[in-house]
Design a protein around this ligand. Sequence first.
Ligand SMILES: NC(=O)c1ccc[n+]([C@@H]2O[C@H](COP(=O)([O-])OP(=O)(O)OC[C@H]3O[C@@H](n4cnc5c(N)ncnc54)[C@H](O)[C@@H]3O)[C@@H](O)[C@H]2O)c1
Length: 259
Amino acid sequence: MAYLGTDLYRLDGRVAVVTGAARGIGETIARQLGALGATVVLTDLNPDVEATARRLCDEGLRADWLAFDVTDVAAVQAASETILAKHGRVDALVANAGISLERNAIEHTQEDWRRVMSLNLDAVFFTTQAFAKPMLAQGNGAIVLISSISGVGISKPERHVSYDVSKAGVAHMARSLGVEWAKRGVRVNAVGPGYTDTEMLADVGRSRPEVMQAWLSDIPTGRMLRREEIASVVGFLLSDAASGVTGHLMMADHGYSVG
Ligand SMILES: NC(=O)c1ccc[n+]([C@@H]2O[C@H](COP(=O)([O-])OP(=O)(O)OC[C@H]3O[C@@H](n4cnc5c(N)ncnc54)[C@H](O)[C@@H]3O)[C@@H](O)[C@H]2O)c1
């Protein structure tokens, strides 16, 4: 392997799995990994993931899909085995599926708390566990967990304590697993996106323009991130260009968390 040059950033011949890839940031991450040469398996609870994967194929990328619920541990394990059997290997995982629940702390019910933790934290762990097995067996692989600016600081004006705690947990999970698997060739990192130009946030811009204005005034660049600005960081962390990076939370937030 050469240690310098642009080839280090390529993912040719690798099989990469992305959760929550039917739309949003996950779809763009899948597109970027495909553009870097990987065969990408787009996964999502939403059966629209098939149409998203077909779009990527139409764009000339190598894409496959599988619909399953990441909160169902047995389904996740079965998906890992299915993908391994079909593609022969798994080299990369992006645990991206997540939800935010805007609600004051005092109004959080046990059900609210469990719903967020079950997807944002429990499912991230068990998905990582299931897809790390073939990587640990082959002695190499790379994993990226999607955290958030909410994992390192408290954004405003909206309140979502369960989301904040889950995303802080995701960042620490990357540190813990990054160290545990360091000698076994599997790197684990987290990416912390800032406010990103997705359909979900566009809705806020339409329905609560004052909230959108508050966000924009707190972002040092004064603009939302493009989804591509998250995807390129994920691609880097999965590539050999990041062979020295594990257990790290890399912010892609236009400086929001330090500004
Ligand atoms: N949009 C932002 O500004 C922003 C900022 C920071 C972090 N993030 C994080 O980035 C990730 C993607 O965010 P997004 O804005 O693209 O969200 P999104 O809602 O547009 O996409 C999430 C995807 O996950 C899927 N999903 C939900 N529950 C699932 C389940 N149980 N099993 C499988 N798939 C499931 C959904 O169907 C959807 O396709 C999330 O983890 C989010 O917390 C987003």
